[in-house]
Structure formats: C-alpha cells, structure tokens
Design a protein around this ligand. Structure first.
Ligand code: FMN
Length: 155
C-alpha cells in the first residue's frame, strides 16, 4: 500500500525562480530513489502538495517539510492509504495556477507538468485529484485538515 498525503501551506520565504527550481530539483533527486512522488502546486502564494510513496518514507518526509521555514501554516488535508499512486513515475511534478488578472506567472520558466494534470483530470471523482484541480482553478483553499492536526509525530 502507498501512503498518500495532501497538505496546503503558505509561501513564507520570497522564492526567486532559481530558488524554486533548486527546490524542485532537490525534491526530484531525493524522491525518485525513495519511490516518492507527487505534485507541488502554487497559486497566489499558497502551496498544495501531493506526496505519495512508501508510508514510513512519506511520513518522515512530511515531518521535514512541515518544519521547513520556507513556508508556514502547513495544514494536512488528507492522509490515506492507496493501492496505487495517483501520479505514478512522477518524482515531483510542478504546476502553477494562471493568475486571475492576466498577470504573468510568477515562475513562468518552470514548466507546468501537463501530463500530471491530465492524469489528475482522468482520475474522475477522486477527492484528492479534485481538490488539487480545484485549487489550481481558483477554488477557495481548505484551511483545516480532513485528518486530525499533525502534532509532530504519528500515533
Ligand atoms: C513547499 C516545499 C515542498 C518540498 N517538497 C519536498 C519533496 O518533495 N522532497 C524533498 O526531499 N524535499 C522537499 N522539500 C524540502 C524539505 O522541506 C527539506 O528541506 C528536505 O527534505 C531536506 O533534505 P535534506 O535532509 O536532504 O537536506 C520541500 C520544501 C518545501 C518548502
């Protein structure tokens, strides 16, 4: 079984494009050999990230991510078990929502992963896929978790 985590957070640190590229490069290099994958989405200074992979690895990674000072208000939305990942072979896809007022993307040089977005679209009524697609489409962002608050460790 695969662990699936979905969280949201606020961008705290003022990322430059090269910071964001370095974050993604680090994530992909670290995630791939551990069998971890998912998608990092950004909209209006808010992140939503899907993490999938072996349960102990994903839980340990989320503990590190939750303590990362580059973002704040990390709220876990979903912690679930799945037979198969939503985004197989995807060490960490990237997607930035188009700004509403026609402004340029903050990170236009980072390629949105349309293959991953198409996989989410194909997932039909899957609640995690729907939540990610709705986030990128501008829906209001859930503030609370669908699971008990993360308290720095798993029971
Ligand atoms: C929004 C966000 C998403 C991140 N995603 C990942 C990730 O998918 N994989 C990863 O290894 N680190 C990710 N990180 C970085 C971790 O928080 C942490 O810096 C990293 O795991 C430390 O790795 P190290 O112990 O190898 O230095 C992310 C950080 C932020 C702020």
């Amino acid at each position: 079984m695969n662990r699936q985590l979905l969280y949201r957070s606020g961008q705290l640190y003022e990322f430059t494009a090269s910071d964001m590229r370095a974050l993604l490069q680090h994530a992909r290099q670290a995630n791939a050999p551990r069998g971890v994958g998912g998608l990092l989405a950004l909209r209006d200074g808010l992140f939503m990230q899907l993490l999938e992979g072996p349960a102990p690895v994903v839980d340990a990674l989320f503990s590190r991510i939750a303590a990362d000072p580059r973002h704040c208000e990390v709220r876990l939305l979903v912690r679930a078990e799945r037979a198969a990942p939503l985004l197989p072979d995807c060490p960490m896809a990237w997607a930035e929502a188009p700004p509403e007022d026609g402004e340029a993307l903050a990170f236009a040089e980072l390629q949105t992963d349309h293959r991953a977005l198409a996989q989410l679209e194909r997932a039909g009524d899957d609640p995690v896929a729907r939540t990610l697609c709705a986030f990128l489409d501008g829906a209001s962002v859930p503030r609370g978790g669908l699971v008990p608050a993360f308290a720095g460790g798993w029971a």
